[in-house]
Design a protein. Structure first.
Length: 422
């Protein structure tokens, strides 16, 4: 009986491997639960900043170790910021054609994760085995708007619940057949010039007004902490944000408020006298007056500058983008605050950045300037311009949308960056 069973198993594996290689219709092995680590390409949504690069490398090491533990070959692990020289890879669509051409001849899946996403490789293999790899699949943990919101351009205002988008921290996946269809981004003009909320916009890009697949909800992409007992069946969970060093002292942060006289009473004037830089008009003029005042050293020697609007709850660095699929640029939106190191301010001013109009959008002009100077824009996942749904804020605990910031959280946000970086 033993040899009979062994022979049957060997015969099954031979048939299965044959189907796996040449049978494009049945995809027998995948249906029977045969998915290998080598069938997946992990894409870590990494950043150039030294701290975030280090975290991404740690995640790569964890994935390789898990594969070794399962006695499987090492998977391909891509750090997104290293894929090419393009500044727009973080916005995903510009990177998809490159990813597809590099990996889709030998792999079936792209699995996207963030630095703080936690992967259970065994569960992930089992989960992906449920889906035929020859089809176009877009998998993730679904989020939806509770009400129409400006950052989503009030899309689906009649029924916000009808449109779902993935929680990036919980992980998400694309099948290679779907990734290959993204090649049209090289030949068609982009429908959206601005990249504001990537989680929402990636679905619009793939869905194509009903011509492409919608997001498929997958329970194994979990938003719970990986240490909880309820996550034993999860393919992905989330980590708490790692400690990143000692918080900076409050004296090391100089705060500049971008405001105008007519909002002084309405938005709450300060209880103590403050130094004022008088500028009569223009977003660009105001912001550059602040940068010059800070760089002069006349008012402060602090290593960090935080520029906020008069209606901003303290927040740091949410990255937006403009024209990223065709040599555009990233920028930090001014509404939720912009943080600069002193070195960065000095480089901006020394680099000859200027604008033809005093009322030009300051954040976008600075974004163009930073791109021309080769200075990276760093995104922090804790901070957002406007409110997300409670489900999204539950674990990311964004300082603005959940309004739960402590001084330690705010100071800690600065300590992740070196003074030479943005």
């Amino acid at each position: 009986h033993f040899f009979l069973n062994l022979s049957s198993y060997v015969l099954y594996m031979c048939v299965c491997l044959h189907a796996y290689i040449i049978d494009e219709d049945t995809n027998l092995c995948n249906d029977m639960g045969i998915t290998l680590v080598r069938d997946m390409v992990f894409v870590i949504q990494s950043q150039k900043n030294s701290y975030h690069t280090h975290r991404a490398e740690q995640k790569r090491t964890e994935l390789l170790h898990q594969a070794q533990t399962l006695n499987q070959s090492s998977p391909d692990v891509v750090l997104l910021h290293k894929l090419s020289d393009s500044d727009g890879n973080w916005s995903i669509p510009p990177a998809l054609p490159h990813l597809a051409s590099l990996y889709c001849e030998t792999s079936w899946w792209f699995v996207f994760l963030e630095e703080e996403s936690n992967v259970n490789l065994h569960n992930l293999l089992q989960m992906l085995s449920k889906f035929k790899t020859r089809k176009e699949w877009f998998l993730g943990r679904p989020l939806h708007d509770d009400e129409p919101t400006i950052i989503h351009d009030y899309a689906f205002s009649e029924d916000p619940y009808s449109f779902t988008y993935p929680d990036f921290m919980a992980g998400w996946a694309l099948s290679c057949p779907l990734a290959k269809t993204a090649e049209h981004v090289n030949y068609e003009a982009p429908k959206l010039d601005f990249t504001i909320d990537l989680q929402h916009e990636i679905v619009l890009y793939i869905w194509e007004e009903g011509r492409g697949p919608a997001l498929t909800a997958v329970n194994e992409f979990c938003s719970e902490l990986h240490s909880l007992s309820s996550t034993e069946d999860c393919a992905m969970t989330v980590n708490t944000l790692s400690a990143c060093g000692n918080p900076v002292q409050k004296e090391d942060v100089f705060v500049a408020v971008n405001t105008c006289q007519r909002f002084n009473a309405e938005r709450g004037g300060c209880s103590q006298p403050l130094q004022t830089v008088l500028v009569f008009t223009g977003h660009f003029a105001k912001t550059f007056a602040i940068l010059k005042r800070f760089a002069s050293g006349a008012v402060t020697k602090a290593p960090w500058l935080l520029i906020v609007d008069d209606d901003t709850l303290i927040s740091v660095g949410e990255r937006y983008g403009y024209g990223l699929s065709r040599d555009g640029y990233s920028y930090i939106t001014g509404g939720e605050g912009m943080v600069f190191s002193r070195v960065a301010v000095q480089n901006i001013l020394a680099g000859g950045c200027s604008c033809r109009s005093l009322d030009a959008p300051d954040d976008m002009v600075i974004g163009m300037c930073l791109t021309s100077l080769g200075l990276p824009v760093t995104h922090r996942p804790l901070f957002h311009q406007v409110a997300y749904t409670p489900a999204h804020c539950q674990l990311t605990c964004c300082l603005l949308c959940c309004s739960t910031a402590t001084k330690t959280q705010v100071n800690d946000a600065f300590s992740t960056q070196t003074r030479e970086e943005l």
